[in-house]
Design a protein around this ligand. Structure first.
Ligand code: GUN
Length: 283
């Protein structure tokens, strides 16, 4: 029976550390601020944005929301980003994804000044991360690394299998694990013998976007299973990519959904916003 990895607790601890540093910055006259842009009314995006604002409040970071109509054109969104790039009172800018189909998300991401790109999505920041010369961390993968650290799970030399190759999770997850000397395999929809590859893993990171994709037969006895997925089950219940009930019997550690990786993403966003404020004020 696996030990549960408590993302709520680890994220609360991380946010407390950010809060203390934010308070110290305020003593020096610097108030970290995050601009959050949301376009349209996707219900999931609304929940994420509200949670990000709540975390800012908890950490003492000023947050400013820009809620734009679904019909907003790309030029208008880019003009807002230009304005926020110039605004010295704003340290971090994020545009909640997905944006409506008539807006190109790559164009939006690249328009954000890399110094304010607290999502760590821009080409410049992704490149810096891969060579190990970075200030901002990719939020979800860095959150996973914090969870592993909190439970003294050493990845050095371990066989780590990531399922999913997205720019937000799978690819940057590989970079961070590699930096800590893991042996990394990225599996995806075209991977042959996926179950067999997973069954040899010491650590599995599932970021597929399909409920119960990772089943017990794919998991080695004693493996660490990290579930980044956020799906709705047929009954409408929030669930991850892992068949939790059966996999927990084989794993040594497992993250629940909700309460595993999700809260960590936001805690790292707070850390990045603090980092942006420090860098922009040469502190
Ligand atoms: N949509 C899903 N995850 C994220 C994230 O981490 N940042 C942004 N901006 N949008 C997202």
């Amino acid at each position: 029976m696996a030990r549960l990895i408590d993302g709520k607790q680890v994220s609360a601890d991380l946010k407390m550390r950010v809060k203390e540093e934010v308070a110290a910055l305020k003593e020096k006259g610097v108030e970290p601020a995050l601009a959050v842009i949301i376009v349209g009314s996707d219900p999931a995006s609304r929940v994420y944005v509200n949670n990000k604002k709540k975390a800012c409040e908890l950490c003492g970071i000023r947050s400013v929301e820009y809620a734009l109509e679904e019909s907003t054109c790309e030029e208008e969104l880019l003009a807002l980003i230009d304005k926020l790039n110039e605004d010295e009172t704003i340290n971090g800018i994020l545009c909640q994804l997905p944006v409506p189909k008539h807006i190109n998300d790559k164009t939006v991401i690249e328009r954000i000044d890399p110094k304010k790109d607290v999502d760590c999505f821009s080409n410049v920041n992704v490149g810096k991360m891969w060579v190990g010369d970075y200030a901002f961390k990719p939020c979800t993968p860095a959150g996973v690394m914090e969870l592993l650290k909190a439970y003294d799970i050493d990845v050095s030399g371990k066989n780590c299998v990531i399922i999913g190759r997205s720019n937000i999770v799978g690819k940057p997850m590989a970079a961070l694990l590699l930096e800590k000397n893991a042996t990394v395999t990225i599996c995806h929809s075209k991977t042959q013998n996926l179950a067999q590859i997973c069954s040899k893993a010491d650590i599995i990171v599932a970021a597929v976007g399909r409920a119960k994709f990772v089943t017990a037969d794919m998991v080695k006895d004693g493996a660490v299973v990290i579930d980044v997925g956020i799906n709705r089950s047929e009954e409408g219940k929030l669930c991850g990519d892992v068949d939790f009930e059966n996999v927990k019997e084989k794993a040594s550690f497992i993250t629940p959904v909700p309460g595993g990786c999700g809260p960590m993403t936001i805690a790292v966003l707070m850390q990045n916003t603090l980092c942006a404020a420090k860098l922009q004020n040469n502190l």
